[in-house]
Design a protein around this ligand. Sequence first.
Ligand SMILES: C[S@@+](CC[C@H](N)C(=O)[O-])C[C@H]1O[C@@H](n2cnc3c(N)ncnc32)[C@H](O)[C@@H]1O
Length: 388
Amino acid sequence: MTPAARIAAAAEILDRVLEGEAAEKALTGWARGARYAGSKDRAAIRDHVFDALRCLNSFAALGGALTGRGLMLGMLREAGEDPAGYFTGEGHAPSALTEAEATAGAEPETPAERLDIPAWLWEDFAASLGDRAEEVGRSLRARAPVFIRVNRAATTRAGLADELAEEGIETRPAELARAALEVTSGARRLQRTPAYEAGRFEMQDAASQAICEAVPLADGMKLLDYCAGGGGKSLALGARAELRLFAHDAAPQRMKDLPARARRAGLRVTLLETDEVAGQGPYDLVFCDVPCSGSGAWRRAPEGKWRLTRERLDELTAIQAQILDETAPLVAPGGTLAYATCSLFEAENGAQVEGFLVRNPGWSLRESLSLTPLDGGDGFFLAQFVRD
Ligand SMILES: C[S@@+](CC[C@H](N)C(=O)[O-])C[C@H]1O[C@@H](n2cnc3c(N)ncnc32)[C@H](O)[C@@H]1O
């Protein structure tokens, strides 16, 4: 496909996303009807779609319309390229620009427009991040680096880097976490390597790893990963010490791959139904990686930024408080309750800490950690409460 045909395809897919279809589904649906597209075409089109979703406000302003075509126009204008060179109507290129399109479009004005934050959220965003709001907003407009977590129970960070280099995959140590490597080239081949098959690494963001490295662990501890999902945190925690590891999720089907992933990593995890959780307690550490806005991960999942609503944010903060209150009694005296979000918002982070301490006498905050994409990985928050 020509670069112009890729832009036409991305515009078509973006129109479907703007109508409400999930981006992954729209991409797959398009690819099914486009057998002529090779893997490089599909990757380039995907990049266009996700770049546009990260920069929806500013590309729409520059392109003069919130449509697939407008977004692609805006993308080209931001890159300093002349859209007329792509919108030619020749072959599979998008149809030629109308006169109105050629002159439409303006520089984004408000901070929400420039930084691609939904207008209704800008005040919360600015208040949560203070004088870093501009810089963090800008960072969310860029693609996220790819990180992996070295399974240090199976190999070393340097050993894995050498092994991957032999496969043509380049990495460098990430500062954020001791087990993290940033993948600088060849990332698309990672999950087809023998090292992955043998459980010597997992795909995991560096900030996500950093919060797992921040909790104190010792051999023999009994740990409950209360919102385990696919088990990314369980595996990262389990790799650090010989734990008695339990995993739970309110939607147990989300944990369906966890037993196989744990086996691959050489770990044992006991999955618990909701009514089994208390019976196995108390736990030395309960880790709550709660459902959240995902705002810290908007580089990787930019659709979430535009699908979030005030109602959903309020619903999430209520669920977060409820999870904290229902897990606190599961912690053994002297034990730790760890609360984590991949959110940048005060309402989901600091305000939850304050609320929990007010509602739950007998608990204190040991420490908290706030990371933003300016630290290299996703935005993440961790609070560790101790039971007196
Ligand atoms: C941020 S995700 C967890 C990601 C996972 N820890 C990982 O590292 O891959 C939050 C999870 O919380 C679960 N969840 C939502 N409400 C819950 C509740 N009330 N109790 C327990 N889990 C809940 C969701 O099903 C979801 O899988």
